[in-house]
Design a protein around this ligand. Structure first.
Ligand code: ADP
Ligand code: MG
Length: 299
């Protein structure tokens, strides 16, 4: 959850404009047709929704669940990542009578054994239980699971986003003038493809008249969360400088390059286990020093 949004409650556009139906969403034509068909047929295959943060994956999963009106179980795999979840929760649910959906948000954070254990229920209960996997990336996803799912990528188009954001302004009784339209374009380019971040920036712009250029609180928070989870999952016994560099490269691929305190704390803890870099981290554990530490390591 975005820090700024959390502190602002329901007046925040990100929440106010959370899509409730498919028509509320920015979607490619292809994806819109596909999802409309699922809703019309009241049927989905097992799905794998892939896309960068803030592109509407969680929103569409929730819309599908609501529109299909089936019993469902929703799990955020970045919190519940272990094999127990599959054994105790998913299997027990999948075996129940009647059509159902299991929704696994942030599924790339499921530990490998948990992913492997999912192969069975995905096949065995396929007739009565459909799975929706939502991921930011597929690097840590079990190949055998992936092959059992219908992949749908989320890549919103800039012109569609532009129209959408102008529409939001109109709903707020603001007619976007030339200057505002230019600003919307800047906001889109700065945050692409993260529509959540764009909405936050746009709201800030119309309330304050400007958008902060640097260090967006929301970005840092979100990147921190992703990195924090990745570190915990990928490097339970510590990591080397090379591994860390690889990880940061992946983060860069996500378009997020800020690193917050949660992640750096975790990172330091993991790295200190490896003697090799212990000396380098000495004395740098203090606030403020951490980001410099990360920079020093990756240089
Ligand atoms: N495709 C989209 N269309 C409209 N709004 C979107 C879209 N993607 C994201 N948003 C906005 O961002 C917020 C978060 O979207 P979410 O579905 O949680 O993204 P993701 O799961 O891909 O990170 C939504 O409440 C909505 O305000
Ligand atoms: Mg999500």
């Amino acid at each position: 959850m975005n820090y700024w949004a959390e502190t602002m409650g329901d007046t925040v556009w990100e929440t106010k404009y959370r899509p409730r139906i498919i028509e509320d969403m920015v979607l490619s034509k292809e994806n819109r047709n596909l999802f409309s068909k699922f809703i019309k047929d009241k049927r989905i295959p097992h799905l794998l929704l892939i896309g960068r943060p803030g592109t509407g994956k969680t929103s569409i999963a929730k819309i599908l669940i609501r529109e299909l009106g089936l019993k469902h179980m929703s799990l955020n795999a970045s919190d519940e990542r272990g094999i127990d979840v599959v054994r105790d929760k998913i299997n027990r649910f999948a075996v129940l009578q009647g059509d159902k959906i299991v929704f696994l948000d942030e599924a790339e954070f499921l530990v490998p054994e948990a992913q492997r254990a999912l192969r069975v229920p995905i096949e065995k209960y396929s007739r009565v239980c459909r799975f929706i996997f939502v991921v930011n990336g597929t690097k840590t996803l079990d190949k055998a699971i992936m092959s059992r799912l219908t992949k749908i990528e989320f890549k919103p188009d800039k012109p569609d986003i532009f129209d959408y954001l102008c529409g939001v302004l109109r709903k707020e009784n603001i007619t976007p003038d030339k200057e505002t339209k230019n600003q919307i374009k800047v906001i889109i380019n700065d945050n692409f493809p993260d529509i959540r971040a764009m909405l936050n920036d746009l709201q800030k712009y119309v309330t304050t008249g400007y958008v902060e250029e640097e260090s967006k609180e929301g970005d840092v928070f979100e990147a921190d969360e992703v990195l924090y989870n990745t570190i915990k999952y990928k490097f339970p016994d510590g990591c080397s400088r090379k591994e860390l560099f690889e990880l940061l490269k992946v983060m860069k691929g996500h378009g997020k390059w800020h690193i917050g305190n949660n992640a750096t704390d975790e990172l330091l803890k993991r790295m200190e286990k490896k003697k090799r870099i212990k000396s380098e981290t000495k004395g740098l554990g203090k606030k403020g020093g951490k980001c410099r530490l990360i920079k020093a390591i990756i240089q």
